[in-house]
Each structure stands twice: as C-alpha cells, then as structure tokens.
Ligand binder design. Structure first.
Ligand SMILES: Nc1ncnc2c1ncn2[C@@H]1O[C@H](COP(=O)(O)OP(=O)(O)OP(=O)(O)O)[C@@H](O)[C@H]1O
Length: 316
C-alpha cells in the first residue's frame, strides 16, 4: 500500500474535493450539499441503499452530469472547464459494465484503446498486458455477451484501466458476481491502489464497504457519516447489545416499541439491539426489558453504523 500522499508542506493531496455539491432533477433533490475530501492513493467507498444517489454522485464527479450547485476539484483542477483533459486521467466502470456484447474480448479492448488514442504496437502491447493481468487470455475471441459475470467484470475493469487512469470510479462493480469473484476483484483493486491509483467505489454491501480505507454513508442524497470503518464504528451514536433466549420474535416486537431502542434484528440465535447513546447502562436496560434473557455487549459492525445512521428511528 502506498503511503499517504503529501504536498510540499505536509498537506494531504486530494484526488477529489467537493463542496456543496448538489443535483436536482426537477423537484427531486438527488444530491444535497455534499462535501468530500478524498486523499490520493486511497480506496474510498460510497455506501447506501438503491436510489440514495451513488450513481448520480459518480456521474457528477466524472463530469458526465452537470451539477445544480457546488464546486468540484478533480486531481487538483476544477472540474468545470477541465472535463475534457481530465477524461484522460480518470476511468469509469459503470454498474452495467458497458461492454459491447457482440464484440469479442479483444475487440472491446481495441475499441476502448482507440478511443484513448492508442495505435499500432503500443495498443497491441497494452491489450496483451491487460489480457494477461485480468486472466482473459483464453477468452480473447469470445463475444463479451457470452461471458460469465466474473469474466465480464474483469473485462470491464481492463477497459476502464486501459489508459492507466490516476483516478478510477467504480459504480457497484460487484453486484453481478459471486463472493469468490468479488474477493478476487478486491485484490485487484488493492493492486491498482498499491500502484498509486485512487479508487472511488459505490456499493450496498457492508463487507465491501468495510474493505475501503474510508467511506461515506449516503441516504436520500445526504451524507450521513464519513470516515474510516474503524472511526465510524467508534463514533457510532448507539451501543450494541446481543440478547439470546426464547421467543426472540416476540421480544423484538416489544423492544422496538421503546423510544430508546433504535433497532432490533435477529441474527441466528441472537437479537442484535441498538440502544441509543443516552442510555447510561445499556446492558442493564436491555436485561430489564428482556425478562431475564442473557444479554451481552457486542462490538459494533459497519452494518450497525449503517442502521444507526439511516434505518433506525431518529437519532437524538
Ligand atoms: N436522469 C434522471 N432524471 C430524474 N431522476 C433521476 C435521474 N437520475 C437519477 N434520478 C433519481 O435520483 C435518485 C438517485 O439515483 P441514483 O441512480 O443516483 O441512485 P443510486 O444510489 O445509484 O441507486 P442504484 O443503486 O439503484 O442505481 C433516484 O431517486 C433516481 O430516481
């Protein structure tokens, strides 16, 4: 992993800086006053449910969509007015992978190579390098449309990184692949990051968000929290108590009526309960409400943070 990237004078260098970034579609506010500071050389996540604005935000940051308000700097330059020159320095992998189904693997890469101005031997060499790197050498003549989800994903990543972008945007890149492919894909992302690429990845998977160096939790176009997974877990405005015993479904129904309980969800033989921060002794509080069932304090997970920031009842 590359170290933090500092400007002379010791300030962190940012790949992405946004201030008050907003986008409305008619009356609908899709992105609301978003501030971002994403250091170079890091993997940064957008975590949020469908429709929270992840894709819209990525499209705003790539210059594909015009903001209604706000300022964006990409790789140290204002995005506004520099969209064309920045296109050479950024890569974008869309949710649907944007491959040409009726072109072969090699033809897809060749097409993207031509767009980025690669020709002749240089293009051939770069394509061969990517075919090897992304384990696609046996599929060179296969039509993209007939490939498996994992192969398509690797080809899409090869296309998005063909011009060796400094900044890579990945919009829900692992939604269509199995856990093994997802794991492999993340290894590749860390390889890219290690080589100096900054990556912004959107996801609705908690385990994926947990792999990021830092992330923002988005809900309805608003940033609810941001920081490293560790920081978010430590700063969570709730305590987690796990309860075990009989009749957990009924207990859950009772617990969620209480105004100091943000959520209760069954996980296997336990009920995982989020208790508001203001409750001084959450363990005693839950024990009393649980009629003598066994209750223990648990370490927060990123999913708990997510629920506390978004899904739970209003957080005081
Ligand atoms: N071109 C558009 N015109 C009108 N509304 C739009 C447009 N693009 C996005 N929206 C709306 O903006 C909101 C955010 O959508 P967006 O696609 O950014 O969410 P998302 O978090 O990426 O979700 P998903 O994972 O489902 O793509 C949604 O309510 C969506 O309907």
């Amino acid at each position: 992993m590359t170290g933090k990237v500092f400007k002379e004078g010791g300030h962190l260098e940012y790949a992405i800086e946004a201030k008050g970034l907003s986008k409305s579609f008619g009356q609908h506010i899709a992105i609301n006053q978003l501030d971002l500071q994403i250091p170079k050389g890091r993997i940064y996540g957008f975590l949020g449910p469908n429709g929270c604005g992840k894709s819209t935000c990525i499209r705003l940051l790539t210059g594909l969509l015009e903001a209604s308000n706000g300022e964006v700097n990409i790789l140290g330059k204002p995005l506004l007015g520099n969209e064309e020159s920045l296109k050479q320095r950024i890569g974008y992998m869309t949710q649907k992978f944007s491959l040409y189904d009726d072109l072969t693997v090699k033809e897809n890469l060749s097409f993207v190579g031509a767009i980025y101005g690669f020709t002749g031997k240089q293009k051939k060499a770069r394509i061969n390098e990517l075919l090897s790197l992304y384990d696609l050498e046996k599929q060179t003549k296969q039509f993209a449309g007939s490939m498996s989800g994992g192969q398509k994903q690797r080809l899409a990543l090869a296309c998005a990184t063909l011009h060796s972008p400094e900044l890579l945007f990945l919009d829900e890149p692992t939604s269509a692949v199995d856990p093994e492919n997802r794991r492999e894909f993340w290894e590749r992302l860390f390889d890219l990051c290690d080589a100096g690429t900054t990556i912004l990845v959107s996801t609705h998977y908690m385990d994926e968000a947990e792999r990021c160096h830092a992330l923002a939790i988005l809900e309805e176009g608003n940033k609810r929290a941001d920081g490293s997974p560790q920081q978010l877990m430590e700063a969570m405005p709730a305590k987690v108590v796990e309860v075990s015993g009989d009749n957990l479904r009924r207990l859950k129904q009772n617990l969620i009526q209480h105004p100091d309980i943000m959520s209760a969800a069954q996980i296997g033989a336990h009920l995982r309960v989020l208790v508001k921060q203001k409750v001084a002794n959450p363990l005693r509080f839950i024990s009393q409400l649980s009629d003598g069932r066994v209750a223990v304090l648990a370490r927060p997970s990123l999913e708990d943070v997510f629920v506390a920031c978004t899904g739970g009842r209003h957080v005081d």
